[in-house]
Ligand binder design. Structure first.
Ligand SMILES: Nc1ncnc2c1ncn2[C@@H]1O[C@H](COP(=O)(O)OP(=O)(O)OP(=O)(O)O)[C@@H](O)[C@H]1O
Length: 288
């Protein structure tokens, strides 16, 4: 499967939300989609999920526009924080009907997941707790085995053990049935180990799209005396700096060569890694 955005633009009335963005997703991997509140994540995912049309530019899935395209819609599932008001059926009844419009749906796996997430009862979905409704979304998303599977913040209502179960199932099932999985989340430090690739969207633009390992290997923290840190950091891209007495700590973004590491050692500095969450915070922070 291939997702390709070319000068993709979305506006709500006169408010532009996605600004001529370009990116491509080709491989069956897990993609983490990160962005601050209002950055445009849900807007972008709703175009991929064929919930809405772009204002201009193109979003193609396997070369076709997904909007009102039945063939493409069968291949993509977008799970979001759905309002289940009025849903009188229990989870097990609903999933029995999904196969009709989701060709890759695995009913046996869905039943197994209902059991794992303790959703086998006869209670209507509308009367389930918020977290159980979220877990039901997760079950449908996983068992759909759609070649493009998108989870837009569905896990927020789930408690920590349920989220942990979801992450384990996701990794296990992705290993057996690789597909493009896009996870939009604010739980960056909790979920970063799931991501093969990271896409950061900021104010309606793609800030970066890179393998997880490449991003985190590019950020370092350097701690030491003010003078030594300043000497080391001169000419480098500094994302953040903090000072306590004479001790200075800076977050640097960019390749750190072997020569850099040696010079840090000579200057008596301590070099450490930076988490994806810290990099995300620094890369998307607003200027004062
Ligand atoms: N239906 C709509 N009509 C008008 N404006 C909208 C609509 N949906 C979203 N927006 C606006 O588009 C912008 C992007 O919203 P979007 O929901 O895509 O962001 P997000 O990155 O998913 O945010 P969050 O992390 O808070 O969920 C926001 O300014 C939002 O107010």
């Amino acid at each position: 499967m291939n997702i390709k955005a070319t000068n993709l633009h979305l506006a709500y009335g006169s408010d532009a939300v996605l600004h001529d963005i370009n990116f491509e997703i080709n491989e069956p991997k897990i993609y983490g989609l990160l962005g601050r509140n209002g950055a445009g994540k849900t807007s972008l995912l709703s175009i991929i999920g064929s919930f809405r049309e772009a204002t201009s530019g193109q979003l193609h899935i396997n070369g076709e526009e997904p909007f009102e395209n039945a063939r493409i819609m069968q291949e993509v599932i977008l799970m979001y924080d759905k309002d289940f008001t009025g849903e009188t059926d229990p989870p097990s009844n609903i999933i029995e009907h999904i196969k009709r419009y989701r060709p890759h749906f695995d009913l046996e796996y869905a039943m197994e997941l209902l059991k794992k997430f303790k959703l086998e009862g006869k209670k209507p979905v509308a009367k389930l707790s918020k977290g159980k409704q979220s877990a039901f979304n997760v079950v449908v998303g996983l068992a759909s085995r759609s070649p493009i599977t998108i989870f837009d913040e569905v896990y927020l209502g789930m408690d920590a053990p349920a989220r942990d179960l979801f992450y384990k199932e996701l990794l296990k099932d992705q290993e057996l049935h690789p597909r493009i999985i896009i996870l939009s989340t604010h739980l960056v430090s909790e979920m970063d180990y799931l991501f093969d690739e990271v896409i950061i969207i900021n104010e309606g633009k793609i800030l970066l799209q890179e393998p997880y390992d490449d991003i985190v290997s590019r950020g370092v923290t350097v701690v030491g005396s003010k003078q030594s840190v300043d000497t080391f950091a001169a000419g480098k891209e500094i994302l953040n700096e903090e000072q306590l007495g004479d001790t200075r700590s800076v977050t640097i973004y960019g390749e750190t060569s072997e020569a850099d590491r040696l010079s840090a050692l000579e200057l008596g500095l301590t070099i450490g890694p930076v988490s994806l969450q810290d990099l995300f915070i620094q890369l998307t922070k607003e200027e004062d």
